[in-house]
Design a protein around this ligand. Structure first.
Ligand code: SAH
Ligand code: CA
Length: 213
């Protein structure tokens, strides 16, 4: 289930800054040659990520779930002059492709691309993070959140993708991933350390802002 009907999505994209030629090529190439291309953020969501990052001007971004690098490149567009982005993915098969894309984006010195299991890597990283994008295995969303929250600066932002899970969050009978996302959304809603808004963009983005204590 898509939240927005096709015509309205098309109209929204027509009134959104186009993708750069590189992002367009990554989008096309991913759809032609990579498994599960629906995972790629795409034009509209990519511009949302870019816009949010530009508003924050982060010095340090953490992305969990690189896939083909599309969202990483969008998020990196907002980096402060000396800013860095760390992105993690467990799939080593995409490594060469993704490194090439980061090079082409002129990001090789700004991006630290880590291959491995994020449930192990995240706890070894030092913050403070200004912006975190959680977009890997849905089962571990709550775990990733718990691992990063203390490393996010006050006023920092965590974005969690696919929190509407194609509308499955409303279904009575839920599979493992759906249950994990429902639990995650509930946990954030109850966490007094943050304020949050669920943006019904594409598959749902939960935007979480850490409060000052
Ligand atoms: N952020 C990308 C899409 C990410 S798709 C975009 O918007 O374009 C989700 C990715 O999470 C996949 O590439 C998958 O390999 C990765 N992933 C799944 N489990 C993981 C884990 N435990 N650690 C790190 N990456 C993981
Ligand atoms: Ca996603």
């Amino acid at each position: 289930m898509d939240i927005l009907n096709e015509d309205l999505l098309h109209y929204s994209e027509l009134h959104t800054t186009p993708e750069s030629p590189l992002l367009k090529a990554i989008n096309r190439d991913t759809h032609a040659k990579v498994m599960m291309p629906r995972m790629l953020s795409g034009h509209l969501q990519g511009r949302v990520l870019s816009m949010i990052s530009k508003l924050i001007q982060p010095k340090l971004i953490l992305e969990i779930g690189t896939y083909t690098g599309y969202s990483a490149i969008c998020l990196a567009e907002g980096l402060a002059p000396e800013g860095k982005l760390i992105t993690i993915d467990i799939n080593e098969e995409l490594q060469d492709k993704v490194k090439k894309y980061f090079d082409e984006a002129g990001l090789s010195s700004k991006v630290q691309y880590r291959i491995g299991d994020a449930t192990k890597i995240v706890s070894t990283l030092d913050g403070p993070f200004d912006l975190v994008f959680i977009d890997a295995d849905k089962e571990n969303y709550s775990r990733y959140y718990d691992m990063v929250i203390d490393k996010v600066r006050e006023g920092g932002i965590i974005l969690a993708d696919n929190v509407l899970w194609s509308g499955k969050v409303l279904q009575a009978k839920q599979d493992k991933d759906t249950r994990a996302i429902v639990e995650f959304n509930k946990k954030i809603q109850q966490d007094i350390r943050v304020e949050n808004v669920l943006l019904p963009i594409r598959d749902g983005i939960l935007m979480i802002r850490k409060l000052s204590l």
